[in-house]
Structures are given as structure tokens and as C-alpha cells.
Design a protein around this ligand. Structure first.
Ligand code: ADP
Length: 378
């Protein structure tokens, strides 16, 4: 059969088109779409914080459709660990007129059921600009979240299981090293040095996955202590140089300051940034670590003369599993979790992390940490 046969039937004139537009004009399409997608809607009045929730939002919070739900009531149903963050997120979005986007678990008021919701919204003014309201939509993401949690648990278990034999392997290699040195056996010493390097690389990969699963399940614990930042930077440079001899790393220290942070995690951030600087720049090019103290903040920069990146990549760089896809990066191995972990660690320390970069010219990754109130100059 000729498949163009009968197609004249669908040829419409402009007049017909307008007729159809008018016929459907009466329909409230956004509302139909919201209902079809089973999405809830909510409004918070900017001044009074009066909260108005649709039937679906009430359902997600475990309320009956005929019941009223107050802002405080809704917040009480959010799991404690997330509550302060959600309230702070709403207040920040309202006061700074920022888009609001958050995922959190809610325990149903009557049914005590655990549901994960995604809330998205923003500040809107009425057409005359007289009053503004903070409003948006809410979706049930429980299934997706449960799958994600299962995956994280799996990654955590696998990395934990791999770590145990690797630690034993490391100990045996170290014992052999001591023995070979006693025997003055230079061949075995050389070979064991190479084995140690590979074991170190492998355990740093496994630790990355272990940290990822801890961050994802909200189990990131900081062991805060006072320490001198330059000391940790020097150790991180030493550790990185041991595994990579292809680049020369220069350190331009700042005046000595004590910071109060998790020493190992901050060292991990610096090692990650240094390893990336080396990984994404040609052999023999310089890598420079810079440190600056400004009032109540200390800023560290890791600069390379590598491939750099485009503006659109910069925006997504600190997202989990994000890797730049280009001809230059396709042969460089990685999992796209290093920068995500760096950003989570720095955020937990109330700091900031960012990058300045130009394609083909190189990148500088910065992180900034607050200094203790009465920072001690050493
Ligand atoms: P990985 O290096 O394992 O892919 P990361 O999270 O550390 O994961 O980095 C994410 C992506 O950011 C990398 O895949 C790379 O494309 C880009 N990137 C990171 N550091 C640099 C750098 N110094 N220069 C250029 N691109 C970088």
C-alpha cells in the first residue's frame, strides 16, 4: 500500500489550526500535565510563611486530603538529619532569590511511611509585583532513591572487601622490602618499589569508592584537629611525587597558619587535585601549588598547564561520575568521582571549591577554608 495514501486528511489550513487552538484554549494545560505526572504543588508566602499544599503534597507527607498542613508541620515530617538543611535551603532561596532544588526523606504523618521527595521551586512575584510567593512542585522519587542506595551499598561492600586483602598484600610487600634491603638485593628492591607503587594506586582507587559510598549514605565523619596547612600540602606533594615522576611540583607557601579540619581528608583533596593536574597535562609541564591567607580565609590553588576545559564542562565538573568527553580525555582512565569527593569534603568544612580554566591553556583548581575565629599565626 502506498503509505502517502490518505495523508491529505491531515493537511490543515491555518484557519483550522486557529479553530483547534481556540477550542483547547479553555483547558488549563499546565494543570493537566501536573495531574498526569502525579506531581504535587506547594506555595509558601514570602512574608507570613503560610504554607499551602496540594492534595498530592499532603499525600506525600502522609496527611489526609481534608487536613491542613502547616509549614512547621511539614518540616517536622522531614527526617531530622535533613531538616535543618531543608529549612536553610528554603530561607536562602527566598532571601537570595535563588532556584530551589532538594531531595530529602519524609516520614508520613499518619502512615509513618518513608518516602523520598524531590522539591523544586523558586520565588515568583504576582504580575503587578505586589506580593511574592515561593512555590514549586514536589515528586515522589522513592524508587529511584532506593535503587541508588542499593547501588551505593554495593559499591561500599565491594570496596571494603577488596581493601582487606590489599592491606595484607601491602604488609607482605613491606616485609619483603626490609628483607631485600638486608640482602642488598637491588633487583628485588627495584621490583618491590614498583609493586608498592601499584598497590598504592589500587588502594587509593578503592578508598575513593569507599569514601563515595560513605558520602552518599551521609556517613562522612570529620575528625577535626588543629594543624598547619603547609605541612599537609608538603606531605601531599611528596606522596604524589612518589607515584608520579613525570612532573615537577612547585610549592609557594603562605604564612604559616593553623586550621581546624580533618587532616587526612584535606590531604586527600590536595592529592586528588595534584593527581588530576598531572593526569590532564603533558609530561614535563609545571604544576604549581599556591597558598594565600586573606583575613579569615585560606585559599589553596593547584595550577597546571594542561588541556584545560570548556565553560560548559566547568559547570558540571564537581558532579558525581562527571567526566569531560573529548578526543584529549578519551584515553585517560578515571571514574569521575575525585572532584565530587573533593567538593563534598570542602563543603562539609564550610569552604568553597572552584576552577578557573581555558581550553588548551591549563586549569587552576582552588579551595578555600575558613580559619578558626582567633587564627593562630605561627
Ligand atoms: P577522573 O579524573 O577520575 O575522571 P575527577 O572527578 O577527578 O575524575 O575529574 C572529573 C573530570 O574533570 C575528569 O574526567 C576531567 O575530564 C576533568 N578534569 C579534572 N581535573 C582536570 C585538570 N586539571 N585539567 C583538565 N581537566 C580536568
Amino acid at each position: 500500500m502506498d503509505n502517502t495514501e490518505g495523508s491529505d486528511h491531515f493537511l490543515s489550513t491555518e484557519q483550522e489550526r486557529q479553530k483547534v487552538i481556540q477550542r483547547y484554549h479553555v483547558l488549563d494545560l499546565p494543570r493537566l500535565a501536573i495531574e498526569a505526572a502525579n506531581v504535587g504543588t506547594w506555595i509558601i508566602d514570602e512574608e507570613s510563611r503560610v504554607f499551602i499544599a496540594s492534595r498530592r503534597v499532603k499525600e506525600l507527607f502522609g496527611y489526609k486530603p481534608e487536613e491542613d498542613i502547616s509549614f512547621e508541620g511539614a518540616m517536622r515530617q522531614i527526617q531530622e538529619k535533613y531538616r535543618t538543611k531543608v529549612i536553610a535551603g528554603i530561607e536562602e532561596a527566598i532571601s537570595k532569590d535563588l532556584p530551589y532544588h532538594m531531595d530529602y526523606p519524609v516520614t508520613g504523618f499518619h502512615d509513618q511511611k518513608l518516602r523520598w521527595v524531590k522539591a523544586v521551586g523558586g520565588l515568583y512575584k504576582d504580575p503587578e509585583g505586589k506580593f511574592s510567593h515561593f512555590s514549586g512542585v514536589m515528586m515522589d522519587i522513592t524508587d529511584q532513591k532506593e535503587k541508588e542506595l542499593r547501588k551505593n551499598k554495593f559499591i561500599g561492600m565491594v570496596s571494603h572487601e577488596l581493601k582487606t586483602p590489599l592491606t595484607t598484600l601491602k604488609a607482605y610487600v613491606q616485609m619483603l622490602h626490609v628483607w631485600a634491603r638486608k640482602q642488598k638485593d637491588s633487583f628485588t628492591i627495584g621490583t618491590l618499589t614498583k609493586v608498592e607503587k601499584q598497590v598504592k594506586k589500587m588502594s587509593s582507587m578503592i578508598n575513593g569508592f569507599l569514601n563515595l559510598s560513605q558520602v552518599e549514605s551521609g556517613k562522612i565523619h570529620l575528625l577535626l584537629q588543629d594543624f598547619e596547612l603547609s605541612e599537609v600540602i608538603r606531605e601531599a606533594i611528596e606522596e604524589t611525587s612518589l607515584l608520579n615522576s613525570s612532573h615537577f611540583i612547585t610549592f609557594r607557601p603562605c604564612k604559616p597558619v593553623l586550621i581546624n579540619a580533618d587532616r587526612d581528608k584535606i590531604e586527600q583533596v590536595i592529592i586528588n587535585l595534584l593527581s588530576n593536574a598531572i593526569k590532564y597535562s603533558p609530561k614535563g609541564t609545571p604544576v604549581i601549588v599556591n597558598c594565600e591567607v586573606n583575613n579569615d580565609m585560606v585559599t589553596v590553588g593547584v595550577k597546571d598547564e594542561g588541556m584545560g576545559m570548556k565553560k560548559q564542562d566547568i559547570k558540571k565538573l564537581f558532579e558525581r561520575y562527571y567526566r569531560v568527553e573529548s578526543k584529549d580525555t578519551e584515553k585517560i582512565p578515571g571514574f569521575g568521582i575525585g572532584l565530587y569527593l573533593c567538593s563534598e569534603i570542602i563543603k562539609h568544612h564550610h569552604g568553597q571549591i572552584w576552577v578557573e580554566s581555558k581550553t588548551g591553556e591549563g586549569s587552576t583548581f582552588f579551595f578555600r577554608l575558613p580559619l578558626p575565629k582567633q587564627a593562630t599565626d605561627l
